[in-house]
Write a protein that binds this ligand. Structure first.
Ligand code: SF4
Length: 341
């Protein structure tokens, strides 16, 4: 594997909850991200999946320093970005870009598409005049649009086309890393594949590195080289794609995969029903945070937070009782399963 482009260590973001008007009465915090460590290697796509509210989008924003972490470090090309001053951070932003989830909200409706894409190029002093226009045309063509689209406004485009504009804007400053924050979840299913294929083509063409955040496991499987699964502010499992999908080691991953559709009508999969709601990140459960919903939980799980362990082949899992193989566990708990067609 190549060297890491991005190294995240013990990243924490706690959002304080202020009660009343008196600042000193701040009592609780939302533990949105609670000690995440991961590497993203040059040229790869790392998928980051989890249910809504698990902290995956906050992680993406922390990595880009769009919000300030509570603690931890984020090394990009070996430099801790959290120690950089405003000017240094501004320089670095050229190399780290984001594609947002909502292509409707992320584009300024008062600006033409040409101006939207030109804005970051001008802001970083990368081109002016005719060279700027040529660069905007080139970017539009790269994302499957045409130069005549420059003069049009966002409302004149479909959702998929707007996301292409968002991608062109992210690529305008020639980044190395692109954080794709649920880039297709607001799009029709028929359009999702087109945008995913475009992102893959651009990665091949430009040698991009992606952190791809999504809640849809089938989308993540399609584009990722490795996948990290988040639950309640922590990474519970990280592995190469095939290893994670074929042989999940964490009960949460197992349950998520059991609910994902399989394209083969001949195959049946045991559906695992996750009981209860995701607990509040203000007061996460003691010990293993998943114990309130885990069908394999035992006494130790209520008290001790499991450390991530290496189970071989770059597959890491944070569980006291990793599944031995293909969901086969020796737990004696009553399962609440049903067969799924
Ligand atoms: Fe389940 Fe215990 Fe593993 Fe947590 S540590 S996932 S509760 S078996």
């Amino acid at each position: 594997m190549s060297e890491p482009l991005l190294e995240v260590k013990d990243l924490v973001k706690h959002f304080p909850i202020k009660k009343g008007f008196i600042p000193s009465r701040q009592a609780e915090v939302v533990r949105a991200v609670d000690g995440i460590s991961l590497d993203v290697y040059r040229g790869e796509t790392l998928g980051l999946v989890g249910e809504s509210g698990c902290g995956k989008s906050t992680t993406g924003r922390l990595i880009l320093r769009l919000i300030e972490p509570t603690s931890g470090s984020v090394l990009f090309e070996g430099r801790d970005i959290l120690t950089l001053n405003t000017q240094q951070m501004r320089e670095l932003r050229k190399k780290m870009q984001i594609v947002f989830q909502d292509p409707y909200a992320s584009l300024n409706p008062r600006m033409s598409v040409g101006d939207i894409i030109a804005e970051p190029i001008e802001a970083h002093g990368l081109a002016r005049g005719k060279a700027l226009s040529r660069r905007v045309e080139e970017l539009l063509e790269m994302v499957g649009l045409a130069s005549y689209h420059m003069k049009r406004y966002p409302h004149e485009f479909s959702g998929g086309q707007r996301q292409r504009i968002g991608i062109a804007r992210a690529l305008a400053v020639d980044p190395a890393l692109v954080v794709c924050d649920e880039p297709v979840s607001a799009l029709d299913v028929s359009i999702q594949a087109q945008v995913i294929n475009l992102l893959q083509d651009l990665q091949d063409q430009l040698g991009l590195t992606y952190l791809f955040i999504a809640h849809d496991l089938s989308v993540v499987k399609h584009i990722s080289d490795r996948v990290a699964v988040m639950y309640l502010g922590k990474i519970v499992e990280i592995a190469p794609k095939d290893s994670l999908y074929d042989d999940p080691k964490h009960p949460y991953t197992e349950a998520l995969l059991s609910a994902a559709p399989i394209p083969d009508p001949e195959r049946r999969r045991q559906r695992i029903i996750l009981e209860g709601d995701v607990p509040s990140p203000v007061k996460p459960p003691s010990g293993c945070r998943f114990h309130t919903r885990c069908r394999y939980a035992r006494d130790i799980c209520y008290d001790r937070d499991p450390a991530a362990i290496d189970v071989g082949d770059e597959h890491r899992v944070a569980c006291h009782f990793p599944l031995s193989s293909r969901g086969d566990s020796d737990s004696g708990h009553q399962f609440k399963d049903k067969e799924m067609n």
